[in-house]
Structures are given as structure tokens and as C-alpha cells.
Design a protein around this ligand. Structure first.
Ligand code: G3P
Length: 217
């Protein structure tokens, strides 16, 4: 499973990137706002740092305007994936931008039918939002599983990018179902390393080691 980091905070991306945990980065208008940075500047900095795809989202609502914005964003670096919303205009923009050889991430996906349309429009990535479905008492994992089945039924090579990952359990379940990629905030990725039995075991080892009176260095 590929790990994308869902943030525009460059220091946090750098820390995970140094560990080899970053296969790509996703941003959106809310994350750009949170960063307080200019979209072109921060996207360029991230794309220089990370080898994999860096998603940068258009903000226009009409296809022609999305295409113009997407072309501008794609010029930032070779590893930009243009992010477009899953609307009819977004699908039109996806078709044109992917046809021009750009990676396209179709975002704000909440149904399997939407994911099917995105694949037919040439999306490189489809981003189903798990957490936001859970927020309204639906099971985001059912959507991931449905898209996996449909894409496998017909051999679509659009990658399932599990997004709006909020918990370590989301990460685990998305991996079990076979999402190609997950994008998660840095805190969730770091939390995946934690287990109470690891901490408990380490405490015992440290206590016993102190009793030996030995040192390794
Ligand atoms: O990748 C999409 C993500 O940024 C949305 O996450 O937590 O705002 O639903 P969230």
C-alpha cells in the first residue's frame, strides 16, 4: 500500500519523507489555508521534496476554468497530480487533463457509481472520503470495498486512494480491503507505530536491564 501524506505542512512531510514513509502528498484548499502559504509556492516546495505524486486541487467550478487551472498547477513540476472534484464538470476536466498526459486525482467521491465514472474519464486516482461518510453514520469502508470490486471486475487501472483517513483503524481496514493508496494526516501515520503492549514490554525490559548493571556502550 502506498502512503500519501495529507497535509501542506512541509516540516511534517520532510520528517516522514526521511523515513521513507512518503509515496506522495495530497493537499486541498482547506489544507492550503491551514498552511498559511501561497498555493504555488508550497506546492512547488513539496513537489521538489517528494518523488511521488503531489496532488494540487483546482478551485474553479466550470470545466474550462478547471482545465486552465489544472494546466497551470501541472506546470509546477512533473510529479503534480491535478485534483478535480467529482462533479460533471470535474469529470470533463479529468478527461481533458488526463488526455494531455497529466495525473488526475478525482476527489470528494462518496459513491461507487461516482468512482466508476471517474475511472471511465481517465482518473489516475479516485479519492473516496472515508471519515466524512463515517461522520454521517455510513460505513466508508463499504465504499472502498465496492470500488475495489468494481475496478477489479472490469480491470480499471485507476488507483483507489482512501482519503479522509482519521484513525489507525481506517488505515488498517483500507489496507485489508486493498486500497492502492491511503492518504492520512502525519499524526495518524505516526500513531500506527503505537501499541500499549509494546510500551508495557519495553518498560519490563528496561527495568530488568537496569538490574543487570550492564551497559552496551
Ligand atoms: O484527503 C482528503 C482529506 O483531506 C479530507 O479529510 O478529515 O477533512 O475529511 P477530512
Amino acid at each position: 500500500m502506498k502512503f500519501f501524506v495529507d497535509t501542506a505542512e512541509t516540516d511534517q512531510i520532510a520528517e516522514l519523507n526521511d523515513l521513507g514513509m512518503v509515496d506522495g502528498v495530497t493537499t486541498n484548499p482547506s489544507l492550503i489555508l491551514k498552511s498559511g502559504r501561497d498555493i504555488l509556492d508550497v506546492t512547488r516546495e513539496i513537489a521538489d521534496m517528494v518523488a511521488g505524486p503531489v496532488s494540487a486541487e483546482v478551485v474553479a467550478l466550470k470545466a474550462d476554468d478547471m482545465i486552465a487551472e489544472g494546466r497551470k498547477l501541472a506546470k509546477i513540476a512533473d510529479n503534480i497530480a491535478v485534483k478535480v472534484p467529482l462533479t460533471w464538470d470535474g469529470l470533463k476536466a479529468c478527461k481533458v487533463l488526463s488526455g494531455e498526459g497529466n495525473m488526475v486525482n478525482v476527489t470528494l467521491c462518496f459513491s461507487a457509481n461516482q468512482a466508476l465514472l471517474a475511472a471511465k474519464a481517465g482518473a489516475t486516482f479516485i479519492s473516496p472520503f472515508i471519515g466524512r461518510l463515517d461522520d454521517i453514520n455510513l460505513d466508508g469502508m463499504d465504499l472502498i470495498a465496492d470500488i475495489r470490486t468494481i475496478y477489479d471486475n472490469y480491470g480499471f487501472d485507476t488507483e483507489i486512494l482512501a482519503a479522509s483517513i482519521r484513525t489507525v483503524n481506517h488505515a488498517y481496514q483500507a489496507a485489508m480491503i486493498g486500497a492502492d493508496v491511503m492518504t492520512a494526516p502525519p499524526a495518524v501515520i505516526k500513531k500506527m507505530a503505537e501499541h500499549p503492549l509494546t510500551n508495557q514490554g519495553l518498560e519490563t525490559f528496561m527495568a530488568d536491564w537496569a538490574k543487570t548493571g550492564q551497559q552496551i556502550l
